[in-house]
Structures are given as structure tokens and as C-alpha cells.
Design a protein around this ligand. Structure first.
Ligand SMILES: C[S@@+](CC[C@H](N)C(=O)[O-])C[C@H]1O[C@@H](n2cnc3c(N)ncnc32)[C@H](O)[C@@H]1O
Length: 243
């Protein structure tokens, strides 16, 4: 049986998706408020940067994977307009429901789809833009997911991967205290679930750093891969094209 990580635990590959699902079923209703609290609102700027780099134009077809509560899908749907199509997708029904309700409440009618990024149910060469924000880290077979993302992109299409990454060394001590003490405390107080936020801190530490992820994307066949460090490397945006 192949092993993988769920935070600092070593688990069978077959168990990881189930455990990740437990995290997001548990936090879905409090996900947005926790994002604002944990990041001091910074996640909005990280996402705004990714949205700007995506360059979505009217008529584009866009796939937002691991879309959760719909921040990226909302912006893309406005940019793509009625002639475009923006798919808001996630593997987790609880997250997807919160996102779908939120999009509808804001007057955005766009398709919502339960979708595993490791097995994307779309034909080859279908999308102008594929995005995944804070999702790749939770996937069991990241290489398979990146290969799928490339497959569904049109030639000339763009992939955006926004994810926590390796922080600038001088910030590390502060960041470790914040991640391992403050996040679980906030998780306990606000979401009544410290373990999910401990998983968040641990999964960030085990996620490939900027250069490793760049190499993984190149190995998945993506071209012109570059990355931007945001907030001292707390987060990185990787952008790639499919030639
Ligand atoms: C931290 S949330 C990110 C949500 C949203 N993209 C954002 O930036 O706010 C991570 C999401 O990844 C989803 N996810 C985990 N594994 C997945 C997979 N294999 N395929 C699609 N989504 C997945 C989870 O269900 C969860 O909603």
C-alpha cells in the first residue's frame, strides 16, 4: 500500500482523501470568516493578484478547481461575462454548497460541479484558464492533478496555482509560532475545530517549496513556468502556459 502524508501523519494513499474531506466538511460553514481572521484579510490580496495574472477576458472558458466557497469563480464569472463559461468545482460537497449559495446570493449564476482535480471530467483542450487556489496541497496525487490540469487546457491556455509555500527565512520563527499556536487556537474559538487548523499548519510545511513545485509543473508538461512570492513566500503564485 502506498503511503502519503496527512499533515504530519503517515497514512495510506487511499485514506488521505477521506481525511481531507473530513477537514473541509467540518470547516465549510466557518471557512470564509476563518480565512479573513487567519490571514488578516491578506488572502483577498493574494487572490486578487492571481485573478489579475489569469487575464480572463469576455468569452473565456475557465475551470476553477478546489474552488471551495467561490472567491475565484466569482471574479472570473464577472470577467468572462455571459459569452464565457466559468466552472466552480470542488471535490467536497459541503464547501461547494456554501460556495454555490454565496455565488447565487451575489447574482452569479455559473455551473457548480463536484469534481476531483485528479480526474477532471472534461475533454482535452477545453479551457482557456485553469486555476487552483489553496487546493493542490490537499490532493493525494499532485503530479496526476497537474497532468490533468494541463490536459484540459487549450494550447496557449494558462494554469494558475496559488498555494502556501516556503516562507522567507527571517520570518520563519514568527511564522512557526503563529501557525502552530495561534491557528489552532483560532480554530478552537471560531470553528470549534483546532485539529483542522493544525492540519493546515502541518500540510503547509510538507508542501513542495517554490522551486520544487515549478519542477513538478514542468515535469507535468507545462511550459514557461514562473512563480511570484507573495508576503515573503507565505504564499506563491505559479503561472504556466501550455504550448
Ligand atoms: C483551502 S480550500 C480552498 C478553497 C478556495 N479555492 C479558496 O482559495 O478559498 C481547499 C479546497 O480543496 C478541495 N480539494 C481537496 N482535494 C481536492 C481534489 N482532489 N479535487 C478537488 N478539490 C479538492 C477541498 O475540498 C477544499 O474545498
Amino acid at each position: 500500500m502506498t503511503k502519503t502524508h496527512f499533515g504530519y501523519q503517515t497514512v495510506d494513499e487511499s485514506e488521505k482523501a477521506h481525511k481531507v474531506a473530513g477537514v473541509f466538511h467540518s470547516v465549510a460553514s466557518r471557512y470564509d470568516v476563518m480565512n479573513d481572521l487567519m490571514s488578516g484579510g491578506l488572502h483577498r490580496m493574494w487572490k486578487a493578484f492571481a485573478i489579475a495574472q489569469a487575464g480572463v477576458r469576455p468569452g473565456y472558458s475557465v475551470l476553477d478547481l478546489a474552488g471551495g466557497t467561490g472567491d475565484l469563480a466569482k471574479a472570473f464569472a464577472r470577467q468572462a461575462g455571459p459569452s464565457g463559461q466559468v466552472w466552480h468545482t470542488d471535490i467536497n460537497e459541503s464547501m461547494l454548497r456554501v460556495g454555490r449559495d454565496r455565488l447565487l446570493d451575489q447574482g452569479i449564476v455559473t455551473p457548480t460541479l463536484l469534481c476531483d482535480a485528479e480526474k477532471i471530467p472534461f475533454p482535452d483542450h477545453y479551457f482557456d484558464v485553469v486555476s487552483v487556489a489553496f487546493g493542490l496541497r490537499n490532493m493525494t496525487r499532485k503530479e496526476a492533478a497537474l497532468t490533468e490540469m494541463r490536459r484540459v487546457l487549450k494550447p496557449g491556455g494558462r494554469l494558475l496555482v496559488l498555494e502556501f509555500s516556503k516562507v522567507w527565512q527571517p520570518l520563519k520563527k514568527f511564522y512557526d509560532v503563529y501557525s502552530f499556536k495561534v491557528l489552532p487556537w483560532l480554530g478552537e474559538k471560531v470553528a470549534r475545530d483546532p485539529d483542522s487548523y493544525r492540519y493546515l499548519a502541518e500540510s503547509i510545511r510538507l508542501h513542495p517549496d517554490q522551486d520544487t513545485l515549478k519542477t513538478m509543473m514542468e515535469q507535468a508538461g507545462l511550459d514557461a513556468v514562473k512563480y511570484y512570492n507573495l508576503s515573503g513566500g507565505v504564499v506563491a503564485l505559479h503561472v504556466a502556459t501550455k504550448y
